[in-house]
Design a protein around this ligand. Structure first.
Ligand code: NAP
Length: 498
């Protein structure tokens, strides 16, 4: 099989890992580019990635739905400006079905190991299935390994306990005492959704957050009918949203002194001052760092929710978890029936724990022993023909990861084109180019708002933001065409050669 595959002109075979937003996108784009020999490996039994895993009450996307859609699959039927999670999950499932992607997914088959040898990636799944492919596209997502906090006594809790991304829908919430640990985007959405249903909601805040107000109106039937009948209207809406996001947000965060950044800060401050009535609570909710240093929370109703008589903002540190609830450092026991850990994700894992072995037996675990590094967040030196979507140090933030993935897959396909027609068998970024890119990235990161004095999942172990530190326009320019001189190629042997 290996010899046959080394021949020039044979159609390339692909493995896509992950059937979330980026995996579905990859399959569609591969087909459009004329590649039909691919399998999507998915560890779960449904597509949808993060939208399959996160089903907590109140889940919605805080990127406008008409921007958080594939450019080639606008959806005139979004219910709200920021639509709920189940709608988004249904959207991805629908796109996968319509594009004939679903029946190319091997569900419930997690790739455990990928090894590159003799020009091929050899895959082994947990179920023992084996595959050999020319190209691997890792569409494994960013935030999917729950971060379980190191809090004493968690195991001793006698109520129901789960992470926000592993919501136990069998647990009754109505009329019960719920504790939520964390104040990130997830905890805020849960708080707003549950506060009216429960006997008491205790929100355990370690760090306050700036909150950007944002209305979430429903689209009327008339608006949806117009979107349906006139695709141009939808197209313009999407273009406007994309431009607004880039100008007002994406560009602001990479220039901490920009007027746009100041506007975001003023809006958040004004929101806190005008919406929180009790001065003591207001001070507890007031961060001591700049807005957008941590990922900005977008919420129409969090301040209202936390002022509900059912809600309590607990700012005393957590001492330990006990069978009956959480004991805070002031000695008080907060009695709870349900404890939700909205404590975020291990953002540096990416495709791990999959074992990935590159050229010459190099393991990804070793290559990333210090921290994940990748050229343009897409590829790794000595791991040829392996491409990541939404990989390390790429653009993340309050904008659409779909837009990011679409730009990345088009870039990847241009590299793949080198494999198809460029007489090249292996392509991977040069080590020196990758090192220089990373050094430039780290330098540029010093001027972003993410380094202005807060703890967040954007920061690596050195406190350097592990994100794209330049403007979104610059990302777009980089993605427009690969600089082939940045890549190391192994050419195919000449026909008839040794
Ligand atoms: P997160 O932003 O990482 O927040 C985790 C929270 O848990 C923080 O408040 C953190 O406190 C707290 N925490 C962690 N360990 C703790 C401990 N040992 N004791 C006490 N508190 C602890 O996680 P997330 O809210 O799940 O959001 C993660 C990301 O997912 C977001 O930033 C966003 O990118 C994405 N997301 C998006 C949406 C959306 O609408 N598009 C919705 C949800 C999530 P500290 O702040 O003190 O560290």
């Amino acid at each position: 099989m290996s010899e046959e595959r080394a021949e020039r002109g044979r159609p390339l075979r692909f493995a896509i890992i992950g059937a979330g937003m980026a995996g579905i996108l990859s399959a569609i784009r591969l087909r459009e580019a004329g590649f039909d020999d691919f399998t999507i490996y998915e560890k779960a039994d449904q597509p949808g990635g993060t939208w399959r895993e996160n089903t907590y009450p109140g889940i919605a996307c805080d990127v406008p739905s008409h921007l958080y859609s594939y450019s080639f699959e606008p959806n005139p039927d979004w219910s709200h400006r920021f639509s709920p999670g189940d709608e988004i999950q249904a959207y991805f499932g629908g796109v996968a079905r319509r594009h004939g992607v679903t029946d190319r997914i091997r569900f419930g088959d997690e790739v455990e190991r990928c090894e590159f040898s003799e020009g091929l990636w050899r895959l082994v799944t947990k179920g023992g299935h084996r595959d050999e492919v020319d190209v691997v596209i890792a569409a494994t997502g960013v935030l999917h390994h729950p971060n379980l906090p190191d809090i004493e006594g968690l195991d001793a809790f006698e109520g129901s306990l789960f992470h926000s991304a592993r919501w136990d829908h069998g647990v009754t919430l109505d009329g019960r005492r719920i504790g939520v640990v964390g104040t990130g985007s997830t905890a805020v959405q849960i708080t707003s959704a549950l506060v009216d249903r429960v006997a008491k909601l205790s929100l355990f805040q370690r760090t306050p957050q700036w909150v950007m107000p944002q209305d979430n109106p429903a689209y009327s039937d008339a608006e949806r009918a117009e979107f349906r009948s006139d695709p141009q209207v939808l197209g313009h809406l999407r273009d406007d949203l994309s431009r607004l996001f880039a100008e007002n947000f994406s560009n602001a965060v990479v220039d901490a002194d920009s007027p746009q950044m100041k506007m975001i800060e003023d809006t958040c401050r004004q929101n806190l001052e005008s919406q929180v009535r009790d001065p003591e609570l207001r001070e507890k909710l007031r961060p001591d760092y700049r807005a957008a240093c941590k990922r900005l929370i977008v919420s129409p109703d969090f301040y209202e929710a936390i002022q509900n008589p059912n809600a309590e903002l607990v700012t005393e540190g957590i001492e330990r978890v006990e069978p009956g609830g959480i004991r805070t450092r002031d000695g008080r026991l907060h009695e709870l029936d349900v404890l939700v850990l909205a404590t975020g994700f291990r953002a540096d894992r990416f495709m791990r724990p999959m074992e990935v072995i590159g050229r010459g037996g190099r393991s990804l675990e070793t290559a990333w022993a210090e921290r994940p590094v990748a050229y343009l967040s897409i590829s790794i030196p000595h791991f040829p023909n392996l491409f990541m979507l939404n990989g390390p140090n790429g653009p993340v933030g309050n904008f659409s990861l779909i837009e990011v993935a679409e730009l990345q897959i088009d870039y990847v396909l241009k590299l793949v084109e080198e494999l198809r027609s460029g007489g090249c068998r292996e392509i991977s970024p040069r080590e020196d180019v990758t090192e220089q890119f990373d050094a430039d990235r780290v330098e540029a990161a010093k001027h972003t708002v993410w380094t202005t004095g807060c703890r967040s999942w954007y920061l690596d172990d050195r406190g350097i933001p592990a994100t794209w530190p330049w403007t979104f326009d610059r990302f777009r320019e980089e993605m427009a065409a690969p600089k082939l001189e940045a890549y190391e190629r192994v050419d195919l042997p000449e026909p008839g050669g040794p």
